[in-house]
Design a protein around this ligand. Structure first.
Ligand SMILES: C[S@@+](CC[C@H](N)C(=O)[O-])C[C@H]1O[C@@H](n2cnc3c(N)ncnc32)[C@H](O)[C@@H]1O
Length: 216
């Protein structure tokens, strides 16, 4: 049976190993310049104090870019404390004191349940690891619980033509209709496009990027 369908598989350990074994700029999902995410974030026209939540953040350049642009209310989450430590290490002490770090499981949230009034939810390459219906349900329930009316949701996942595995785990591929169906009618699709990402190794990964807005 595939690894992530095995009951009791330790995802926290899996992801901690990934971040402990490999320098962050060699990870298969490392993106030096997060152009498609920034394009969608800019389209939201958020005030600088908007609450921006990064689900399954890893250790991307995106957080420093957002801080440099003056966004001052950033919350990041990962199941892996090693990822959060790696992210802190990319930031100066001053910058990481401006960010709230939450180690928690998006598919079985505890501390994340305290979030509220989120203006922007950003997920790149996280949701597609949730291959089981109950995991997906927990994830979308959390979005519906924490998002502000009019808040924005960016979901960037492997598309239907995309890879079937990442980091040795199975993935669940999406198109915008599947994301819309799971978010529900309370969210409307504002933009979507396919995007080919080039890995540090030169491999290509096909994504669908989507921007939704919660109806008021
Ligand atoms: C492929 S990486 C993408 C990281 C980052 N979003 C990026 O684009 O660089 C997937 C990330 O999701 C995190 N993750 C996986 N399952 C998770 C879960 N159940 N809850 C929170 N984070 C999770 C992993 O630790 C990892 O950092």
């Amino acid at each position: 049976m595939e690894e992530n369908l095995m009951s009791g598989y330790d995802f926290e350990k899996h992801w901690n190993n990934a971040y402990q074994k490999t320098p962050i700029d060699s990870l298969g999902w490392y993106e030096e310049d997060p152009i498609p995410s920034m394009e969608l974030i800019s389209a939201c026209n958020l005030p600088k104090d908007a609450l921006i939540f990064n689900a399954g953040v890893g250790a991307p350049t995106l957080i420093e870019i957002l801080l440099n642009k003056g966004y001052s209310n950033i919350v990041v989450n990962d199941i892996s404390s090693a990822a959060l430590t790696a992210l802190k290490n990319t930031l100066t002490e001053y910058k990481h004191s401006q960010v709230q770090f939450i180690a928690d499981d998006l598919t079985n949230p505890s501390e994340l349940l305290n979030l509220k009034n989120v203006d922007l939810w950003h997920d790149r390459a996280v949701l597609h690891f949730f291959t089981i219906e109950t995991q997906q349900k927990a994830y979308f329930d959390l979005i519906r619980k924490v998002m502000k009316p009019d808040g924005f949701v960016i979901l960037a996942e492997f598309n239907l033509e995309g890879a079937k595995k990442c980091s040795g785990l199975d993935v669940f591929n999406y198109n915008e209709d599947m994301l819309q169906e799971r978010l529900g009618t309370g969210f409307k699709l504002l933009k979507s496009f396919n995007y080919t990402y080039t890995q540090p190794s030169g491999g290509l990964r096909e994504y669908v990027y989507t921007l939704f807005q919660r109806r008021a």
